[in-house]
Design a protein around this ligand. Structure first.
Ligand code: KPL
Length: 294
């Protein structure tokens, strides 16, 4: 049995793709016992009806997949981990950085792994989950006991048929995604536009250069492979063009009046700057602007 904590778009995508009957959602307090039912629209082929049961107290999962929002993760995990065997691998799927390290620091002896994915999923209406874009998923260990469980976790999640691979340098992978999110998400939320449209806005054009200077300095200070501001901007704009019509996760959160993950994206970078003595006025400005919208 694979347990999933977090029944948002990503959790529902993995639940729908895992072999039927082998997956359960971790219930929230006061959860009704009726299975979670939704329609799932795959990339190809007809829509299917999915029913996922809730994990019962006495079931011990072989893997815990955590697809909660970054800001909810620590609190959502606390009550679950008091009931989970110490040896169960926990795979964190959060956006940005900061929340994964907090989980690994809180439970350093547990097998904690982090995943980063470019699979796209959304819920255009309640009761419907759409697999919106094919991507790739990388998994790597954050704690020493996680190391031995990477390949088992990869094979379990590869049963979905999605592309899942082991990544020895998972922090570098998480940074690569963070760079893209830091250069797209806040702009789409502030400008309230799809990803591709930010490129034509003067607000984006004014700040993207200085933002990339800050990120380049932070990458070097963090011991990550160095990247020039020009190469960072190129990578951000390639993704913005390739996902031009998409609503970013941050804009979607804002439109649905949910808290955004800004504290784990530009907010994380601003905190890191304060730690390393690197000025990050653009990351701070974007964080403040998004928080004002929140
Ligand atoms: O990951 C994304 C997000 O929306 O969080 C991007 C790459 C910006 C695609 O929408």
């Amino acid at each position: 049995m694979i347990a999933i904590l977090g029944a948002g778009s990503m959790g529902r995508l993995w639940a729908a793709k895992l072999p039927t009957g082998q997956v359960a959602f971790v219930p929230r307090p006061e959860q009704s016992v009726a299975p979670l039912a939704y329609h799932f629209r795959p990339l190809q082929g007809p829509e299917i009806s999915v029913q996922i049961r809730w994990l019962y107290d006495f079931q011990s999962p072989s893997l815990l997949v955590v697809t909660t929002k970054a800001g909810d993760t620590l609190n959502a995990l606390q009550p679950v981990l008091s009931r989970l065997p110490d040896t169960t691998p926990i795979v964190l799927f959060q956006n940005g950085l900061g929340s994964q390290q907090r989980v690994a620091e809180t439970w350093p002896n547990r097998p904690i792994l982090a995943a980063t994915t470019t699979e796209g999923a959304n819920r255009p209406e309640s009761g419907l989950t759409v697999h919106a874009g094919k991507g790739e998923t990388w998994i790597g260990a954050l704690t020493p006991t996680g190391e031995t469980l990477v390949s088992k976790s990869v094979s379990t999640l590869a049963e979905t048929g999605l592309s899942v691979q082991a990544e020895p340098e998972i922090l570098t992978r998480l940074w690569q995604k963070l760079v893209i999110n830091a250069g797209i998400n806040a702009f789409t939320a502030i400008l309230n536009c799809p990803n591709g449209e930010i490129l034509n806005h003067s607000f984006y054009q004014q700040w993207i250069g200085p933002l990339c200077n800050e990120i380049s300095a932070l990458l070097a200070a963090s011991g990550q492979p160095p990247r020039s501001p020009t190469s960072l901007r190129g990578a951000i704009e390639t993704v913005a063009r390739n996902t031009a019509a998409n609503t970013s996760s941050m804009r979607a959160d804002r439109l649905a009046r949910r808290p955004t993950e800004i504290d784990f994206i530009n907010g994380y970078l601003a905190r890191l700057g304060a730690e390393y003595g690197i000025d990050t006025p653009v990351n701070q400005m974007l964080t403040d602007r998004v928080k004002q919208l929140d």
